[in-house]
Design a protein around this ligand. Structure first.
Ligand SMILES: Nc1nc2c(c(=O)[nH]1)N[C@H]1C(S)=C(S)[C@@H](COP(=O)(O)OP(=O)(O)OC[C@H]3O[C@@H](n4cnc5c(=O)[nH]c(N)nc54)[C@H](O)[C@@H]3O)O[C@H]1N2
Ligand SMILES: Nc1nc2c(c(=O)[nH]1)N[C@H]1C(S)=C(S)[C@@H](COP(=O)(O)OP(=O)(O)OC[C@H]3O[C@@H](n4cnc5c(=O)[nH]c(N)nc54)[C@H](O)[C@@H]3O)O[C@H]1N2
Ligand code: SF4
Ligand SMILES: [Mo]
Length: 854
């Protein structure tokens, strides 16, 4: 294996020599460059691919939430190539363009190589932390002492665990350790990910989760912001199938920006950001007026005579519903007002076009898919957009149907480790009862995950909780696989909150913008190549469960975040006299085959993943899918596949209050009633406190609400449209050169630049030219980037990819590490706002900006 340190220092010496050589020979003709090329060639690792001495080892990519099963080609201990794992029935060997970037991440020279501690007591973006290397033993000593000091004072609730990206083996570090220590504060990133996305499906059909899309059988795809060949949840599979899909189905993409999927679609509708629900509702209205709902699912007027006429109420008793609830109520309370003409007035999309969409969808039904993405719903009031878009799936009978969409197939797993209640001492039992730091459950933060008041997370509000010490101070934080000072809107709030934290430890592969505020840095093994983990995903009608397996020897003195770290911390706490977590781990998380506890942390990592996946290989999983002969076979294949999805299996059995698909959401009504009762107020008072605008019974049906906009339209005349780069591994791939070199795989983006894409009409008005250095300024911050004139964004909007703007992370990511950003960070200008029913942060729709030349 190549030692990266030696590699980089030898490169420096060689390059220095070569530059001197070049200077000496003079830059004449092609000759001058050849010594440099020779030297570079000499330095390249000598790998003879023809010897074919390597092997394909399974693992899982977490470059995005597709969680594709992968195989890595390992030669001489080095990972050199990545492809889809042919054993996955979702995607086979297919892959996406960003899979290879993981190689640059694991071999990144700027990785954190050893634990480090901060020596500068002052914290702030402009304070150099002055980290110095320490041993793992010392690092864990310090962390354990901090935790024990809190417990001694009876203040264990002042400990918090922050989780960013994760595997399904996270429960020990995330939940059990937090409880055992005695804190309620396990805070996940989910509410900056896609919680509002789940709200619509949950309140209408009872599924708090994502759907898979039956693209092989569909006839019509209506995407609200979804860009399935670039982002979303099964990029490898959808990309490999998209050509056929386009031959078979009509694809209409509604997105203010020309996404990769829009560029290939039959129709691109560049809607104004925040107005998706108006289009969805107008389509629903016109479908009812034209009698195009899917009768085998929705039912019909008893006498088969359609009475849906714009603006006119309908007698509920005349309609007999089948698998749905409240169609006529929905019409009477809201939908009757949303004609195509109304839709045109709100969105600018021609009424005739809206009617045509309703007609085409009605003709294709039930093989229709209304595919809603973060962009349309991670907005203030996004829950209602999520409901409006998803309601179309009910109307056209697409739910659970062939060519439609359905939840993930069941994959039996032990996602939770055994109950830890017996191991909680008095301090822990008392500590974990405190209110959580993200203030979930308060009147203005119902965060109703699965319809339960305060059950969901309000990730971005944790910064406010910490900053205001409300409900109390957080004094010790352990955070892993996250970078909220970069990934959460209005990042400056996190910088301030972290600056006032007495003690924070960050478990990370790179020194990031979050690490900058840490007291302790704990180097993490890379999730794809150096870690035991497990993920579950779905597409192509099946679910797969895919292992992450350490396929190379760890590069540096790192530990696996979710398994080794809690194991070692528990041991350290036990050494210092608090042995409850250590006893819990050794008595409860044992090898399913031998019943024995692990002998060391590395073995524990494997045992933990064996425990989570035991129902697939240690028990007979043939009821659900593949039958595996045992752990060895699972490790060899890397993947378990479920049986195909059973179409229409939820019809009549939806997990809603009525067991029907609820156009009138009794499920939402009950959820809100419970939240209102907790706070001794009416439901309308909840709606008001949560900044929604629909009162009375209207609150329980999909309806239109004006988009929230931050900033005065005169001072900030343009709307920001944020989107993912096709090469972003969330916020993690930006310290590799390929991210910049191939940036133009994202439509409109340019290699080696960070561009704001501006419609030429706006650019002309502003006097801005292609390539100008510009500043985007919002009510909360500004960023600097490059202007790109592009017709792939509607006038009045500016599109910019999320990904650049790192000021730490490494030599490629930052212009000057710790000092100057490369490109601009979108979250510096997106104000912190929430869709309060789901707890989700708003990223879209609300950010008004102005552009100035830099
Ligand atoms: N403007 C804008 N903001 C967004 C989004 C967007 O589209 N636009 N997307 C949002 C979404 S969907 C999500 S899910 C969040 C993600 O946001 P986060 O959960 O904060 O995840 P990342 O930004 O990927 O940061 C992960 C961090 O973990 C560390 N790390 C990297 N690799 C590893 C590893 O292998 N192991 C460990 N332990 N640590 C590692 C690094 O410090 C890295 O910065 O961002 C959200 N933010
Ligand atoms: N390339 C890439 N793919 C990823 C990831 C990644 O980091 N990179 N991360 C993964 C993660 S963590 C997640 S959660 C999923 C999320 O995947 P999706 O839920 O599909 O969401 P995004 O791609 O974040 O949605 C942003 C899209 O919405 C559009 N948009 C913005 N505003 C609006 C609007 O008002 N209306 C409409 N209709 N569209 C709008 C943007 O132009 C962009 O195309 O993606 C995963 N896939
Ligand atoms: S980046 Fe996403 S789509 Fe691409 S291989 Fe990885 S998990 Fe799959
Ligand atoms: Mo996400």
């Amino acid at each position: 294996m190549i030692n990266n340190d030696a590699f980089s220092s030898s490169r420096r010496t060689l390059l220095k020599g070569s530059l001197l050589g070049t200077a000496a020979t003079g830059l004449s003709g092609g000759f001058a460059l050849s010594p440099l090329l020779d030297l570079m060639a000499n330095e390249l690792p000598k790998i003879d691919l023809r010897t074919n001495t390597g092997s394909w080892v399974p693992t899982t990519c977490q470059g995005c939430t597709s969680w594709c099963a992968k195989q890595v080609y390992i030669m001489d201990g080095r990972a050199i190539k990545v492809r889809g794992n042919p054993h996955s029935k979702i995607h086979d060997t297919a892959g996406c363009p960003r899979q290879h970037l993981a190689l640059q991440m694991v071999y990144d020279q700027d990785r954190l190589k050893t634990p480090m501690m901060r020596t500068n007591p002052n914290k702030g973006r402009h304070e150099d932390p002055k980290f110095v290397p320490i041993s793992w033993d010392k690092a864990l000593d310090m962390l354990a002492d901090r935790i024990l000091a809190l417990r001694e004072r009876g203040e264990s609730h002042k400990y918090a665990l922050l989780r960013g990206r994760y595997s399904l083996a996270n429960d020990l570090l995330y939940d059990k350790m937090t409880k055992l220590i005695g804190s309620p504060n396990n805070i996940s990133h989910s509410a900056i990910c896609a919680e509002a996305h789940k709200a619509g499906p949950f309140f209408l059909d009872g599924n708090w989760g994502y759907n898979q899309y039956d693209v092989k059988n569909t006839k019509y795809i209506l995407s609200f912001g979804a860009d399935p060949i670039a982002s979303n949840r099964q990029v490898s599979f959808y990309s490999s199938e998209w050509g056929n899909t386009l031959d078979r189905a009509k694809v209409v993409v509604v997105d203010p920006r020309l996404s990769a999927s829009a560029a290939k679609a039959h129709r691109w509708i560049p809607i104004e950001t925040g107005q998706d629900s108006a289009l969805a509702l107008a389509i629903a209205h016109e479908a009812l007026v034209a009698g195009l709902w899917h009768k085998p699912f929705v039912g019909n007027f008893k006498d088969d005579h359609n009475r849906f006429v714009a603006g006119r109420e309908v007698d509920e008793s005349l309609f007999e519903e089948k698998y749905t609830h409240g169609l006529v109520k929905w019409w009477n309370l809201a939908l009757k007002e949303y004609s195509a003409e109304w839709g045109e007035a709100v969105t600018g999309i021609k009424a005739e076009e809206i009617r045509a969409m309703a007609r085409e969808m009605g003709a294709a039904a039930p093989a229709v898919q209304v595919w809603t993405a973060r962009g349309a719903v991670m907005q203030a009031r996004g829950s209602y957009t999520s409901m409006a878009c998803h309601a179309l799936n009910g109307l056209f009978g697409a739910i659970d149907n062939e060519g439609g969409l359905f939840p993930y197939n069941k994959a039996p797993l032990n996602k939770s480790f055994p109950d830890a209640a017996d191991y909680l001492d008095a301090i822990a039992s008392k500590g974990k009862k405190h209110e959580k730091i993200d203030q979930r459950g308060r009147l203005e933060f119902p965060a109703m995950k699965k319809g339960k008041s305060g059950k969901g997370v309000v990730t971005n509000n944790a910064a406010t909780g910490i900053l205001n010490a409300d409900p109390y101070e957080i004094e010790v934080m352990l955070a892993y696989f996250n970078n909220f000072t970069f990934a959460a809107p209005e990042t400056e709030r996190w910088e301030k909150a972290l600056s006032r934290l007495p003690y924070m430890a960050h478990v990370t592969t790179n020194i990031s913008e979050f690490s900058w505020f840490a007291d302790l840095l704990l180097p993490a093994s890379h999730h794809m190549f150096e870690k035991w983990g497990v993920l579950a995903a779905a597409g192509n009608g099946v679910s797969h469960v895919s292992l992450q397996v350490p396929s190379i020897k760890r590069m540096y003195d790192t530990r696996q975040d979710e398994t080794e770290l809690p194991y070692l911390l528990a041991k350290k706490l036990a050494d210092k006299g608090f042995d409850n977590p250590w006893r819990y781990i050794n008595e409860q998380i044992v090898d399913p085959e031998t019943g024995k506890p692990a002998k060391d942390s590395e073995e524990f990592a494997e045992i933990a993943v064996k425990y989570v996946t035991a129902p697939l290989w240690h028990q007979d999983a043939s009821k659900y899918g593949d039958k595996l002969s045992g752990w060895d076979e699972f490790v060899k294949l890397g993947v378990w596949n479920s049986h195909p999805y059973d179409y229409r299996k939820r019809w009549g059995k939806f997990k809603t209050e009525t067991h029907k698909f609820e156009f009138f959401s009794v499920t939402l009504e009950h959820a809100l009633a419970k939240h209102a009762k907790r706070h001794h107020v009416s439901i309308d008072e909840v709606i008001k406190a949560c900044e929604y605008t629909g009162f009375g019974e209207k609150a329980f049906v999909p309806h239109y609400q004006d988009p929230v906009r931050d900033g005065d339209a005169k001072a900030f005349p343009l709307l920001l449209v944020d989107h993912k780069s096709r090469l972003s591994h969330e916020g993690r791939s930006q310290n590799g050169s390929w991210f910049y070199e191939f940036a133009d795989v994202t439509p409109g983006d340019e290699p080696h630049q960070d561009v704001a894409k501006i419609n030429p009409v706006d650019a002309n008005t502003l006097g801005i030219k292609d390539g100008d250095a510009i500043r985007l300024i919002s009510t909360v911050g500004e960023l600097t980037c490059t202007a790109k004139l592009w017709e792939g964004v509607r006038p009045g909007s500016v599109a910019k990819a999320f990904g650049q703007g790192h000021w730490a992370y490494g030599r490629h990511a930052a212009r000057e590490f710790g000092k100057t950003a490369r490109g601009g960070s979108n979250n510096a200008i997106i104000p912190a706002r929430y869709d309060r029913f789901s707890g989700a942060s708003a990223f879209y729709g609300h950010t008004r900006i102005r552009i100035e030349k830099a």
